[in-house]
Design a protein around this ligand. Sequence first.
Ligand SMILES: CC(C)(COP(=O)(O)OP(=O)(O)OC[C@H]1O[C@@H](n2cnc3c(N)ncnc32)[C@H](O)[C@@H]1OP(=O)(O)O)[C@@H](O)C(=O)NCCC(=O)NCCS
Length: 137
Amino acid sequence: MEIRDLRRSDGDELRALWRACGIRDRPGDDDESIAAMASRNPGLCIVGREGDRIVASALAGFDGRRGWLYHVATHPAARRRGIATRLVRTIEDRLRAIGCRKLNLIVWEGEEEAMAFWSRIGYRREKTVEYAKELAD
Ligand SMILES: CC(C)(COP(=O)(O)OP(=O)(O)OC[C@H]1O[C@@H](n2cnc3c(N)ncnc32)[C@H](O)[C@@H]1OP(=O)(O)O)[C@@H](O)C(=O)NCCC(=O)NCCS
């Protein structure tokens, strides 16, 4: 598997991957938002490619205090081969190199398989509750 930075032109293929992985459409999944995040976070928004197909994604941002991970996903046909682990480890190394000391992510309630993955690769569940507000145009 080749790891490379996400490109604006990956949008359609990425959204298809996320749908196949059961990730619902989120604010920030449109081409413009994806491109903005990738350009603000060079090397932290990455895809895994096999042949001419994107089989996995992991998007991270660093706000100066914490790193945040989004859309870690591996196509159902490519799972349990260590692909998501490789992408996350790549991002961890790159974040560490730019001074990030803690990496956070959100798991939806009931996503037991995702929880098993994060626990397995060294992430701990925190006693926090998330609040959010969508900002309309
Ligand atoms: C979670 C997900 C990203 C894992 O991708 P992956 O490439 O298969 O993960 P890896 O092969 O690197 O898994 C590493 C380890 O995590 C654990 N793990 C991964 N998927 C698991 C599952 N479905 N159930 C239990 N443990 C799992 C295993 O211990 C695995 O090692 P093993 O295969 O040697 O037992 C993938 O299942 C996925 O895309 N799920 C849907 C989207 C999602 O939930 N993303 C996370 C958002 S928070």
